[in-house]
Design a protein around this ligand. Sequence first.
Ligand code: PEP
Ligand code: MG
Length: 573
Amino acid sequence: MTFELAGIGAAAGIAIGTAVVLEPASIDIPDYSVAIADLDAEEQRLRTALALARDELLRVREAIPKDAPQDTRLFIDAHLLMLDDPALRDRPIRLIREQRRNAAWALHHERERLVEIFERMEDPYLRGKREDILQVTDRVLRHLLGAQVPSLTAAADRIIVASELSPADTVMLKNGSVLGWVTDFGAATSHSAILARSLGLPAVVGTHQATRLLRSGDQLVVDGEHGTVLVNPSPELLLAYREMQARRERRRQLLEEERDLPAITVDGTAIRLFANIELPEDVEWVQRSNAEGIGLFRSEFLFMNRADSPSEEEQFQAFAKVLRGLPGAEVTIRSVDVGADKLLADSDLQLHATGLNPALGLRGLRLCLRRPDWFRRHLRAILRASAIAPIRLMLPMVSTVHEVHQARQLVEQLRTELCAEGYKVAERLPVGIMVEVPAVAMAAHCFTAVADFFSIGTNDLTQYALAVDRGDDDVNGLFDPLHVGVLSMIQHTIAAGEAAGIPVAMCGEMAANPQWTPLLVGLGLRQFSMFPGAIPEVKAAIRHTVVDEAQVIALAALAGTSDLFTQTYDVEA
Ligand code: PEP
Ligand code: MG
């Protein structure tokens, strides 16, 4: 049957492929008695499910992409060890026999007991093991109950349909075998959607019912621009979409031919274009995009999909790889921004990052300052990398001048420490801030004394200014970076930077939308940073922009007469 699902277009492009539906996370556990004659068979069912889960984890381990962080395997190994633990086999078997109950109930009963024990532990590391127990037993339960086990790495050339994907799941998709994805939840500026765009994978999020209505094997057309998913389309519709795909490809090739043209407006104003990256491997895309350098390296992705945090040396090597891949380019490394939706398996850190309201709690710089031991290792790696090429350090989730002072003091202490240890460190490491907390944007003039540069993070700035969770599709319609309140903050930040003579960039998703390029140029923005794939289209928009006209557009937008700037630049897809 042909039908269409509507959601939110999270990453533009058209993907045509076959659905792989990953089951929703919760499983109903059946509870029934087993006749004495059937107890042996019930025990065997549990043993088989444990063995299947084991085989499957071994396969997942094999399929981990080569460029995944080194310790991704450790994560899987920890789960394999748990599967071998007698607690997950012997006690449930005893329960099956003593209580004469089914295997799923027995395993679930044991899992609840273990989870309770771990939750009571004082050691935060052991307490964090609770999550592993849940994940491992989930896997076995799904085999017992015949449910499909989510396995991202096993899906080749498919469109993933899932309830929700975490940023950590998303980064696993970098092995290139997935064509796109559809989720029940999520919004256009959630971190998973941002990753989808940087991977160049069309994605539709927030459909609410994809996992319920779609079946593995359905043919899907994912239109990431319009936010629609066409299910089992007719041959005519399929043809129309294939033509659309071909048109997009022609447009891409055209822009590729303009790759070496400078990013200057019609009247000669030069605009600097930088790239946002998540992993060192992304440097190849940056090279292809012809960006001037990196405006945002989301270093927290080095810490994902692994059981613990990378060592100082490992972090240093990752930064070194980026710098060596882009000789002479300006590279801005953002210190780790975990918390809110970006959680790590490192249970110690994760515990700190899950407060009452994680988006307003210990996130970004706040979390780093709370854990100086951990932050020191990270900053030492960045400082050591500064000897290879000039880099800039950018602090996320700043809210006070005092926090910036604290971070800067630590940087200076560590510089002395490293020099005493014989390491080379650049004489100057510019330290800038992300402007993403509304009060900081409004008080940007107070931060020019402590920041060497600003970068406007419109994803969080919009979220916090409008009180709209950036990952919640229920309020997605209210997430509007064009809101006069948000635009005024952007303008104020740019003006404050300009008055103090410090560079101001924008690295939020707003910078990647070519339709808004003239508006941003009109507001005075001269540095943009975006996922590499967006650069050609934004550059084309810049090359069509006349600064005088852009200023008129900006004034209209700030006055709230928004109809003027929606007609400014049409992407000819
Ligand atoms: C932002 O908030 O706009 C930003 C660029 O940072 P992130 O999306 O990683 O939170
Ligand atoms: Mg942010």
